[in-house]
Design a protein around this ligand. Structure first.
Ligand SMILES: Cc1cc2nc3c(=O)[nH]c(=O)nc-3n(C[C@H](O)[C@H](O)[C@H](O)COP(=O)(O)OP(=O)(O)OC[C@H]3O[C@@H](n4cnc5c(N)ncnc54)[C@H](O)[C@@H]3O)c2cc1C
Length: 416
């Protein structure tokens, strides 16, 4: 079937990739727009993901293979939607692609990075290490090519251009603007971790040994800053004692008023990371309630019953620095009705998921709810949302939702 109009998908995480693949494999043309230089979204940075506890490669690689063999999806990375006009079935959209400075001739030979004199903070590892100004966004990057952070380049330097034997680098590359006619628009713009710096009482800005849960994923990952060894950021020593602070900013009117529904499972999963590496380590999970719906209950029971795991019911009041400089967690154990003050090697703040759209795009054609999620029920016909752009959900639910959303987007094309 040839459709006259295409489907636009904004966001190339698991939700956007799934929407694009499901729509195109049914015979429709899709434009997939991703803000960053690579597809994959947040799960690319995970060490493992539940329920199967597999690395992100197992899910993403299959999808990338489907994308590579698919001629009906045009992928625009490092690109953003700038405007929407028109009506369902006949939208006009403008997409801006920023220059990447590296073209498709890049073969990942890596002759460019050793000669590059400039370094930049590595956002993929949440600032825990650095990359050169020319870098591979991550080891599974799609498209599989280097990228240049031009703002970090040394003025006048062309060393990477000279080192590249494949003419893959063009420091004068310019951005491009595209206009497309599309029948439907799907927002799959995902989430970001709630900014732990705003949690002044929880010590994130005071100690490098107070990290958030996405940083913990990177510490455990073989492609992370410590090559998968969970070490204390302050001194690179193994972690003997670790505390997880649940609902860090969540279910709190001053921060995120809702429950992200994932953070409890995230911490239970991460407790396993540390116990697998260091079976003698001591894990404490400070929680208000453990919320793990449905089939995940079994997973909670396994971790909860581990002899080295202690669950303390009580909201953490403060994380302060002890006399040794280690973080100290202060909380009330409400089941034992006593105050607890304990020192740890590492404290992980289980911060919630904040929708990217909340702070990012201001388009009058879309309406966000009070928390910044895009509820599809309140949008103009032809505009949809999926995955964590809609509400905080896990990967399985994102995939199911994206499959359903692709059907809605398709129907709009057929109807016109
Ligand atoms: C600590 C933690 C651990 C977790 N562990 C698990 C787990 O083990 N198993 C599990 O099932 N779930 C887990 N989750 C949940 C999982 O991360 C989400 O379900 C998943 O990331 C949802 O994918 P998504 O595509 O909706 O969003 P994202 O992964 O956020 O992808 C969104 C994409 O959209 C792009 N984007 C954003 N804005 C724009 C824009 N304006 N224009 C274009 N592109 C844009 C982003 O760059 C990104 O690539 C965890 C969550 C947390 C917080």
């Amino acid at each position: 079937m040839t459709s006259l109009k295409k489907i636009l998908v904004i966001g190339g995480g698991i939700s956007g990739i799934t929407t694009a693949l499901e729509a195109s494999e049914t015979g429709y043309e899709v434009i997939l727009v991703e803000k960053s230089p690579t597809l994959g979204g947040r799960i690319s940075g995970f060490h493992q993901y539940f329920p199967k506890m597999c690395p992100p490669t197992c899910g993403l690689e299959i999808n990338y293979r489907r994308l590579r063999s698919n001629k009906s999806i045009d992928v625009y990375t490092h690109s953003e939607l700038k405007s929407i006009s028109g009506d369902p079935g006949a939208f006009k959209v403008v997409v801006e692609k920023k220059p990447t400075y590296v073209n498709d001739q890049c073969v990942l030979c890596d002759h460019c990075t050793p000669v590059c004199p400039s370094v930049r903070s590595n956002e993929f590892n949440y600032g825990m290490d650095k990359t050169k100004a020319i870098y591979l966004p991550n080891f599974m990057a799609f498209p599989s090519k280097y990228h240049i952070d031009r703002e970090s380049c040394e003025t006048g330097c062309e060393k990477c251009v000279e080192a590249c034997k494949y003419n893959a680098i063009n420091l004068n590359m310019e951005g491009e603007t595209y206009e497309f006619d599309v029948a439907s628009i799907v927002f799959a713009t995902g989430w970001k971790p709630y900014d732990a710096k705003k949690l002044k009482n929880l010590g994130f800005s005071k100690s490098p040994d107070v990290i958030n849960n996405v940083m913990m994923e990177r510490l455990a990952s073989v492609s992370g800053p410590t090559k998968g060894k969970i070490l204390r950021p302050s001194n690179q020593q193994p972690v003997q004692s670790i505390a997880f602070v649940q609902c860090a900013g969540s279910r709190d009117e001053n921060h995120l008023p809702y429950c992200s529904s994932i953070c409890c499972l995230g911490s239970l999963k991460q407790a396993n990371y540390i116990l697998e590496q260091n079976p003698d380590s001591q894990v404490t999970i400070f929680y208000i309630d453990i919320r793990t719906a449905g089939k995940y209950e079994d997973f909670v029971a396994i971790v909860q019953n581990h002899p080295n795991v202690e669950m303390i019911k009580g909201k953490v009041a403060n994380v302060v620095l002890g006399q040794t400089g280690n973080p100290v967690v202060e909380a009330e154990d409400i089941l034992k009705q006593k105050m607890v003050s304990r020192e740890y090697d590492l404290v992980v703040l289980a911060t919630g998921m904040e929708p990217n759209l909340k702070t990012q795009i201001s388009l009058k054609e879309i309406k966000l709810d009070e928390d910044g999620f895009l509820n599809p029920d309140f949008q103009k016909p032809g505009i949809y949302s999926t995955g964590t752009a809609k509400r905080p959900v896990d990967v399985n639910s994102s995939i199911q939702d994206a499959t359903g959303t692709s059907l809605k987007a398709i129907q709009n094309v057929v109807a016109n």
